[in-house]
Design a protein around this ligand. Sequence first.
Ligand SMILES: N[C@@H](Cc1ccc(O)cc1)C(=O)O
Length: 423
Amino acid sequence: MSIDPTLLDDLEWRGLIAHSTDLDALREALTSGSVRFYVGFDPTAPSLHLGNLVQILTARRLQQAGHTPFALVGGATGMIGDPRESGERTLNSAETVQEWVERVRRQIEPFLSFEGENAATMVNNHDWTASMSTIDFLRDIGKHFPVNRMLARDVVRTRLEAGISYTEFSYVLLQSMDFLTLFRDHGVTLQFGGSDQWGNLTGGVELIRRAEGGRAHAFATPLITKSDGTKYGKTEGGALWLDPQMMSPYAFYQFWLNVEDEKVGELLRIFTFLSREEIEDVESRHAEKPFLRLGQKTLAEQVTTLVHGAEETERIQAASAALFGTGDMTTLSVETLAAALGEAGAVRLERGPALPTIVDLLVEAGLAASRGEARRTVTEGGAYVNNQRVSDPEAAPTESDLIGGRWLVVRKGKKSFRGVEIA
Ligand SMILES: N[C@@H](Cc1ccc(O)cc1)C(=O)O
């Protein structure tokens, strides 16, 4: 496996290095051989989310450049909880943590290669933490942690007033012990994580120095925020999950399609494997005609393909093109349409003796508040069934209009549409 000497320049160009312990030493290490590195994920939910994806993709970049990944799932740290500013976490049961460990592990695996000279290894910190005695922990690890420095960390300072348990306060020792263990047992010399992990990352580097006289490196990736500084996912109603059961691939795709123009370049650099030339080309074409949304479309296609695969992405694209365009809907697969409409909203109508008229459809689909309003929408030319404009308020679709024998797409104006299932 040859080493790509341009890796660090590429990471910097992508804006992936927000903090680092010593960039020159890191560059030296990353160009002189395959570096064993690690990144950890806590099972705090049944699925990883957008923030974790930055780390997963960064790990993949390092592996593609010839370095050797250790992906850690926090079977132990997931039992404790990394302190966050919003307050003390509630402890999850051991069974729940165990179940989530497995799910998180399966989510990470497809992004890394487990073959070849620099094959990835999955590790679980429960393996070296669970059997450790309290006495050993306090003597061998605790002794290296000055409490005054632990108190100075931002997250701890913000928590001091409202309160922080000894459990969460100790978290940094566990993560630092992980780095030390991987350093000793596997020669791991680099850890990275999100910028909120900076204290935990440097804790490990410092512990390796104090306990072992060893040299290790760390860097932190930036926090991904919207242009107003708030987190993605907050206003969309929940985190952006990678698990298709928790966030449909269609909704995932739509999220990328709707990011702000100012963010397109940054997100393309962080979340795609397009080259610098390709990204710069998309950016300049996007800047010329932002209304074509080339940047968002590229982003949506690339990231959805990485997470949900090419086939699923094509299905979503076909559905979106049909829903928002003028295309022929009858050629769509019913599954894709149903998924897309499930997201956009769909209503179900009992099949009566005759199919409903366009006025009925607009009212039933919730696109018009009254029959009067529905009638006006039709006469003003703003009503569509399956992308075909309907101009007669009394007109009703025919059986052959029903996609897959039961679906209609009712649209009002350009953007509001609903699925109607006649069952
Ligand atoms: N603390 C990390 C997860 C982690 C756990 C253990 C480690 O050794 C490393 C990282 C997070 O909350 O995202």
